[in-house]
Design a protein around this ligand. Structure first.
Ligand code: HEM
Length: 473
């Protein structure tokens, strides 16, 4: 039953709750964050709903978003089969846990990713290395094809981006031609397109995982996670081979050392290590790769923006060395292209779901314990305060000759649950955009113009598209 004074929203039908209405709006608008935007227009910035077994509150609007993400009692993560079937039926890792275990794991991850470069000079050196590798690979294809070639851009970044993260995690790199790993990334991408931030059919109606495991999405969900965990187990085993306690090469080494330390009664275990690796792998690669896909979609569609960025790179960096992170303050327009690409992604997305840890109130409404809270990022990074909010306009970030970031630019969320990979993500997007634009021109291929249509999902992305690539230098 609907709790008294629960936030207003669509009618709760028996069993399905508001599932049909949400689905109807999703079909009508093409993606979920626009569907919940319509709900907010009708019911206000805090919308209450039930989807199957889940009581969900959608938050829309800068003030409300800021408030919910700053309050301790909203810092939980949902409980349920969607979150535990990834990790042996238990709550493990950092992305979908809360309480003491989450605090311990998160602070370990933040501390040791920093130790292996996060936000530091060696991180940007490593990204520059991956960017150079990508430039070499594309350059070879262009030369082999007689000076111009047409390449799929929506899925081209996967392994280069994974390597920027994985060097810190395991001190290992993977070949961009590793077909097994590419296949795994394809499976993950498909999975991410088939589930949403509010879950999947099997999580709203858990009984369906027994009745129709295929149709409810359960089999694929479990299977893709099992394969990813197998890959990660292999990575951990490789690290164990050359492992020397107190001489850490990577995050995994630091974790293995923690496992044999004398500190007791904590949440550290080998399962936790695998779950943390799973979370970082899932949260860290598709997000950056999709942001870059959006960047190159708009750079291809808007040659004037591309030319302006290239002019800036030519003037500040010249042709003889790759752009580096130290160039960022002077590459203001390129930096703005990166910021705008992240805004585009966030403008189509919701944050990772939170959970109310106790009975509480928001905007005067009653929010019972265990209600799932989902912040609509679109309602902040694409609200009316952004002129021409849907358009790709990097110059919106440049004011009085400086890059200025508005208060409601929050693609990484806010508060204690905010993204812990922000420094890596920002450096990745900036350096790959700057490096590739310095070397290549991206144009619309004959008869294959990209569209601005998107594929919705946990992390939305552009529809598959190609660009015609030629060398600039
Ligand atoms: C453009 C790229 C990225 C975007 C837009 C992004 C965005 C976000 C957002 C919106 C959240 C949820 C905040 C909340 O729950 O309120 C989040 C959480 C998270 N992100 Fe990212 N992220 C990106 C890249 C990365 C990278 C590279 C990593 C890996 C180091 C990463 C790791 C995580 C983790 C582990 C969490 C969960 C934190 C927690 O629950 O305590 N993300 N991210």
């Amino acid at each position: 039953r609907k709790p008294k004074n629960f936030p207003p929203g669509p009618a709760w039908l028996p069993i399905i709750g508001c599932g049909l209405e949400l689905n109807r709006l999703r079909q009508k608008t093409g993606f979920m964050s626009k569907a919940t935007e319509l709900l907010a227009a009708k019911y206000g910035p805090v919308v209450g709903a039930r989807i199957g077994v889940d009581r969900v509150v959608f938050i829309y609007g800068h003030k409300e978003y800021r408030e919910f993400s700053s309050r301790e009692e909203f810092n939980g993560r949902p409980i349920g089969v969607f979150y535990t079937s990834r990790t042996w039926g238990k709550r493990r890792g950092v992305l979908f846990t809360d309480g003491e275990s989450w605090e311990e794991q998160r602070s370990f991850v933040v501390k040791h990713l920093k130790e292996f470069g996060m936000g530091k000079k060696n991180m940007s050196d490593m990204i520059e290395g991956e960017c150079q590798a990508m430039i070499n690979d594309i350059g070879k294809k262009v030369d082999d094809c007689g000076g111009k070639c047409v390449l799929r851009m929506d899925n081209i970044f996967g392994i280069y981006i994974l390597n920027t993260l994985w060097t810190m995690m395991s001190a290992r790199k993977h070949s961009p031609y590793d077909n097994q790993l590419k296949h795994l990334q394809d499976l993950i991408r498909d999975l991410i397109y088939n589930v949403h931030m509010d879950g999947a059919l099997f999580s709203h109606f858990p009984i369906l995982r027994y009745i129709c495991p295929g149709y409810s999405g359960y089999s694929t969900f479990v299977n893709v996670h099992r394969q990813t965990l197998e890959f990660l187990r292999g990575e951990v085993e490789e690290c164990k081979k050359g492992f020397v306690p107190s001489d850490h090469r990577s995050f995994i080494d630091a974790y293995l050392d923690r496992l044999i330390s004398s500190e007791t009664k904590t949440s550290f275990s080998e399962d936790q290590l695998l779950a943390v690796c799973l979370d970082i792998f899932m949260a860290g690669t598709e997000t950056c790769a999709k942001t870059l896909a959006f960047a190159f979609l708009y750079l291809t569609l808007k040659p004037d923006i591309q030319a302006k960025a290239q002019e800036e790179i030519d003037a500040v960096v010249g042709p003889h060395r790759l752009p580096t992170i130290e160039d960022r303050p002077r590459l203001k327009y390129v930096e703005s292209v990166a910021l705008e690409s992240m805004r585009v992604l966030a403008g189509l997305a919701h944050c990772v779901p939170h959970r109310a840890l106790k009975d509480t109130h928001l905007n005067g409404y009653f929010i019972p314990k265990d209600t799932v809270i989902i912040g609509n990022l679109r309602g902040v990074v694409m609200d009316e305060s952004w002129p021409d909010k849907e358009a790709f306009q990097p110059e919106r970030f440049i004011k009085d000759g400086r890059v200025q970031i508005p208060e409601n630019y929050i693609p990484f969320g806010l508060g204690k649950r905010r993204c812990l990979g922000e420094a890596l993500a920002k450096a990745n997007v900036f350096l790959f955009v700057a490096g590739l634009l310095q070397q290549f021109k991206f144009s619309i291929a004959p008869y294959q113009p990209p569209t601005e249509e998107i594929i919705d999902g946990l992390t939305p992305g552009p529809k598959p598209f190609v660009a015609l690539i030629t060398r600039r230098q």
